[in-house]
Design a protein around this ligand. Structure first.
Ligand SMILES: [Zn+2]
Length: 167
């Protein structure tokens, strides 16, 4: 019996290569949107907040949730362009997602180990996209938004904090 190689793939992996079903992706997307709406910071982030992105836990959590939302909207097919590099794809493959998020490490380091770059998303959005990709891949089963619509910077109910601690 040849079973070599089959164990390398998560059981739930679909034809797009993600370990998550559409219904799961949309549920987490809706939680992210609910959290963003509840924080009430609005869609436009203030330049002074973007210039000093590590000062306010609620703002940081909002930035995290925006990262989850922006990536999952693309993965779910609701927008046709990637959130970071504008990669055109109606339903992106894994490789298109990796290509679009290629700058993610630098984005995450802004304001700590790199200067903040004007026009870039907040570092927490980059962290959240990184965590979201790991969740989509099945590397972790902890979704990037908890059941209370909170992200890594405000959630107290699930162990999301490790995601931001490693950055
Ligand atoms: Zn929570």
């Amino acid at each position: 019996m040849a079973i070599v190689g089959t164990a390398a793939y998560p059981a739930a992996m679909d034809q797009d290569g993600w370990a998550r079903e559409d219904v799961e992706i949309r549920r987490v997307l809706e939680l992210a949107r609910a959290g963003i709406a509840r924080y009430g910071f609005g869609e436009e982030l203030h330049p002074e907040d973007l210039a000093r992105p590590w000062g306010n836990g609620r703002w940081m959590d909002n930035a995290w949730l925006r990262g989850v939302r922006d990536l999952l909207e693309w993965v779910a097919g609701e927008v046709a362009y990637g959130p970071l590099r504008g990669t055109p794809a109606a339903r992106p493959t894994q490789y298109e997602v990796y290509a679009d998020t290629a700058d993610i490490d630098e984005i995450m380091r802004q304001g700590s180990r790199c200067p903040v770059r004007p026009g870039w998303p907040p570092p927490q959005s980059g962290e959240a996209m990184d965590a979201t990709v790991h969740w989509l891949e099945g590397e972790t089963d902890v979704p990037p938004v908890c059941e209370h619509a909170l992200g890594a910077y405000q959630c107290a109910c699930r162990d999301l904090a490790w995601m931001s601690a490693s950055s």
